[in-house]
Design a protein around this ligand. Sequence first.
Ligand code: IMP
Ligand code: MG
Length: 177
Amino acid sequence: MIEIKDKKFIPFIDSSQLDERIREMGKEISENFNGKEPIIIGVLNGAFMFLSDLSKAISVSAEVSFIKISSYQGESSTGKVKQLFGLEKDIEGREVIIVEDIVDTGLSMSYLLETISEKKPKNITIVTLLHKPEALIKDIKIDYIGFSIPNKFVVGYGLDYDGLGRNLAEIYQLKTD
Ligand code: IMP
Ligand code: MG
């Protein structure tokens, strides 16, 4: 068990489970993008660690770029999404792969889809490490999901609790009893 601020967290997804699943996802993505040159867009801050490992598991040559948005405060979504810095790259006509740490309510992802679609990419593929199906309030088609998880707060491997815990190598779940 670990403690971050006022909360206790228990181990949930360990390094070897992450490694194995990310390798599989990378393989599938590589097969589907064979012969193409996608641009991978990581959503900061949460996706930095996942993007780093996933991009190494993708064998086609790709560009990597980032967009920064924020919506969470503490342990619940504020529902309001802000773009903190955007895409400088011209992505018109390109195959875009959005990489997220987690799709929770889906508000951030639907905002991203809108913002990125305006730049007229050829198509957009959505990849998320984690997905909380019970929390989803926006109807979004996610192309690749690492793990579908219960509607409980998680930290580590890029995900934070009030700014802390992103550096943890494994994923922990809020202890609720
Ligand atoms: P959504 O807009 O509600 O789908 O939330 C998406 C963003 O909220 C994610 O990109 C995360 O940064 C953050 N988030 C959602 N659930 C969690 C969680 O359980 N732990 C930490 N961050 C989360
Ligand atoms: Mg995020």
